[in-house]
Design a protein around this ligand. Structure first.
Ligand code: ATP
Length: 324
């Protein structure tokens, strides 16, 4: 293998730049030529591919977002789009690919590899932490800390006005951000898609809590089955029926994706990037380089996409115990 390419795809996450940097520098260290594909599968289809050097990735480790930019590509979901992508990679004699993204990105990579056979190793780049095969994904730690900072600030104003705040964090299918920011921020409740939310129990507990606490924080993952934070707040408000109680909703939104990555995300991104290149050189393909129990592990894309990563049960227990 002499030439490899790297791209970032799907939702961006803090630490992707550290990962790109590690891929580029490890490749050069190992004597490979390395190319950057802009805007994920979009750039692959358009042939927006550029040679990268060690200095191309200088001064980016501390930056959020991704210097290779990211996109969602409908055309890559078609055989014609993927053929165009393949032709462009062949024009540069690319023999291996590092794909940094989430489960959608790996689904595309798996299909592409089955069709055209270019070995691909993935790196887990998503804030959601919802990929099987790695303890944490690149960007999750930064997103949790961003959410936590916001929760701390909201706690101040909630306490000052004796309010009940519903804070919506990202997580369409996974509650990892909600649970960890909820524990860290001392939330009274966390609502996540993985577990059934019992609104009657929440209402009862909030009423009970009012005997000892005047303000409460409820963290809601955007994908909770009872609805988003606004909907849940309305349902709870209707059930509590207390004109004197003030309910507020804050949706944190895209601030959770941005910002300078934490040390953990920089280290994880760097480690996965290095491992992806080493994996390609060792003949690995169709798999993701992740970190479990402090060890680099390669997990088939099929498992990363298909197997569910459960929430930590101890974390859920903690939430219940500490919110009294
Ligand atoms: P995140 O978890 O942060 O949203 P992701 O990688 O899951 O990241 P997606 O938007 O789901 O983000 O996927 C990224 C891209 O992967 C899509 O825009 C599309 O180009 C490609 N992709 C996803 N599913 C398929 C598929 N079934 N066939 C081909 N390509 C796909």
């Amino acid at each position: 293998m002499k030439k490899i390419a790297v791209f970032t795809s799907g939702g961006d996450s803090p630490g992707m730049n550290a990962c790109v940097r590690a891929v580029v520098r490890t490749a050069i260290f190992k004597g490979l030529e390395v190319y950057g594909i802009m805007r994920g599968y979009e750039g692959m289809i358009e042939g927006d591919i550029k040679r990268m050097h060690s200095h191309s990735v200088s001064n980016i480790i501390q930056r959020g977002g991704t210097v290779l930019k990211s996109a969602r590509s409908m055309e890559f979901k078609t055989p014609e789009g993927r053929k165009k992508a393949y032709d462009n990679l062949m024009a540069h004699d690319i023999e291996g690919i590092v794909a940094i993204g989430g489960d959608g990105t790996f689904t595309g990579a798996k299909i592409f590899q089955a069709e055209f056979g270019i070995p691909t190793v993935g790196c887990p780049g998503t804030i959601d932490n919802d990929l099987y095969g790695t303890d944490y994904t690149i960007g999750f730690d930064t997103a949790v800390n961003t959410a936590l900072e916001a929760i701390d600030k909201i706690r101040d104003t909630a306490a000052a006005h004796d309010r009940i705040f519903f804070i919506e964090v990202m997580g369409r299918d996974a509650g990892f951000i909600a649970v960890e920011s909820g524990i860290g921020g001392g939330a009274e409740f966390v609502m996540v898609p993985e577990t059934k939310t019992d609104l009657n129990m929440v209402v009862k507990s909030l009423k009970n809590l009012r005997k000892t606490k005047t303000s409460s924080i409820v963290v809601v993952a955007e994908g909770d089955e009872e609805g988003n934070a606004e909907t849940i707040m309305q349902k709870v408000k209707d059930k509590i029926k207390d004109e004197n109680k003030d309910f507020k909703v804050t949706t944190l939104g895209h601030i959770q994706r941005g910002g300078s990555p934490t040390a953990r995300d920089r280290v994880l991104g760097s480690l996965c990037g290095m491992a992806a290149v080493e994996g390609l050189l060792a003949g690995k393909k169709n798999c993701m380089a992740g970190v479990m129990n402090h060890q680099v592990v390669y997990t088939p894309f099929e498992d990363c996409i298909g197997k569910e990563k459960p929430l930590n049960q101890e974390h859920l227990k903690l939430m219940e115990i500490l919110s009294i």
